[in-house]
Write a protein that binds this ligand. Structure first.
Ligand SMILES: *Cc1c(COP(=O)(O)O)cnc(C)c1O
Length: 407
């Protein structure tokens, strides 16, 4: 696969990457709706089970429709990158039932009781709840620090041997703060920490964390990768074949965290247009951010593409474009935010992000309602904060809708 794809552009890989010819010459990989797979002989069954012969066994372990999308995303995330020997970087991907399932497999296959994770404030709400409420019960604690203070970060890591993993999200949800992947990954490596990056907001088209030698990348494929809001999914990518094929694969299978043929089919189809969609997402978001930034009723616009954003320089250095996510703070707090959201006509009031249509949500009452008010406040999630995922509609229509809702 990697040999035949070496010289192809990323747009071509979005469309053709990961595809293998179908036995019945179907143009698109069909939905393999089969829970189990047959063996010609007892001996063949043994060989497939032991991995001596390639082949499918049971739907919880894998499925040809799923394999196509795993290979496609691995090619995109590795695009143009080299391994330590200067060869094209090879990544291994496992599709999951959801982004949270991918995160859970990654956490549980890398950490044990007594270990700690180091991370920053303002994570995805589900991830935050997982590390706050579930992992402590398993004896896994979390240290939350401001990753911009590198001196403090180094001091904390070097004074605590039980810190085993660094978990990063950039830009972070929903405040769009960015962190420097190159510097942080280097600090983590000095201390032999496992590094995992949630790359959901960027997709491999805008940011490739494996360029900085991180160990794992996860995506909620529910968002931009699917792009049409038709299925929940998550992918876990790793660079270490041994680890991915042993502990990580085992955890995925035993948790029953597998995806299914239909969701994988929808995801493959969505990925075909990813490059076009990301271009338009970014272009529209920049126009909307500029409009909102000069509107008298808006207090703050958090968009990494604006030169006024405190982390614009970080975003510029590690992202190819600035993405479609932004958050805004209206003058007038919660009441102003509620009145604005209730007046929207073109934009949709819904959680989630990365779909063709513009989605607007209120984190304090929805995605982050499970996060304690103190942690919400310290993470910059005020009661009036609104998050927007700018879609692919005509930019002027999105702006006109926001303008009438603000008036
Ligand atoms: C949605 C999301 C997740 C969780 O993914 P699910 O598919 O909903 O389980 C994780 N991280 C980020 C940044 C997300 O936006």
């Amino acid at each position: 696969m990697s040999d035949s794809t070496k010289h192809l552009g990323i747009e071509t890989l979005c469309i053709h990457g990961g595809h293998s010819a179908d036995a019945h010459r179907a143009h698109l990989t069909p939905l393999y709706a089969s829970s189990t797979y047959t063996f010609d002989s007892v001996e063949q069954g043994v060989d497939i089970f032991l991995g001596k012969e390639p082949g499918y066994i049971y739907g919880r372990f894998g499925n040809p429709t799923i394999t196509e999308v795993e290979r496609k995303i691995a090619l995109l995330e590795a695009f143009g990158l080299k391994d330590a020997n200067g060869e094209a970087l090879q990544l291994y991907a496992i599709l999951h039932a959801s982004g949270m399932a991918a995160i859970t497999t990654m956490l549980l296959s890398n950490l044990k009781a007594g270990d700690k994770i180091i991370t920053h404030p303002s994570l995805y709400g589900g991830t935050q709840e997982m590390i706050d409420k579930v992992l402590p019960g398993l004896g896994i604690a979390t240290v939350i620090v401001d990753m911009h203070n590198e001196e403090e970060l180094r001091t904390i890591i070097s004074s605590d041997d039980s810190i085993k993993m660094m978990y990063l999200e950039t830009p972070a949800n929903p405040t769009l703060q960015c962190i420097d992947l190159k510097r942080l990954s280097a600090i983590a490596q000095e201390h032999h920490l496992v590094v995992c990056v949630d790359n959901t907001f960027c997709t491999p088209l805008l940011q490739q964390p494996f360029a900085y030698d991180v160990d794992f990348v996860i995506h909620s494929t529910t968002k931009f990768l699917n792009g049409h809001g038709t299925a929940i999914g998550g992918i876990l990518l790793g660079r270490d074949a041994g680890r991915m094929n042993s502990d990580v694969k085992k955890m995925h299978r035993l948790l029953g965290a597998n995806s299914n043929a239909f969701d994988a089919f929808l995801l493959t189809n969505g990925l075909r247009t990813l490059s076009l969609r990301m271009e338009r997402h970014c272009a529209n978001a920049m126009k909307v951010a500029q409009f909102l930034n000069s509107h008298p009723k808006i207090q703050t616009v958090n968009y990494p593409g604006l030169v006024t954003h405190p982390h614009h320089h970080i975003a510029k250095a590690q992202m190819k474009d600035f993405g479609s996510l932004m958050s805004i703070e209206l003058k007038g707090g919660f009441d102003a935010a509620a009145s604005f959201m209730n007046k929207l006509k073109v934009c949709t009031n819904a959680v989630s992000l990365g779909t063709c249509d513009t989605l607007v949500s209120h984190p304090a009452s929805t995605t982050h309602v499970g996060v304690s008010p103190e942690l919400r406040r310290s993470s910059g999630i005020s009661d009036g904060l609104i998050r927007m995922s700018i879609g692919l509609e005509t930019a002027a229509d999105i702006i006109a809708d926001l303008e009438q809702a603000l008036s």
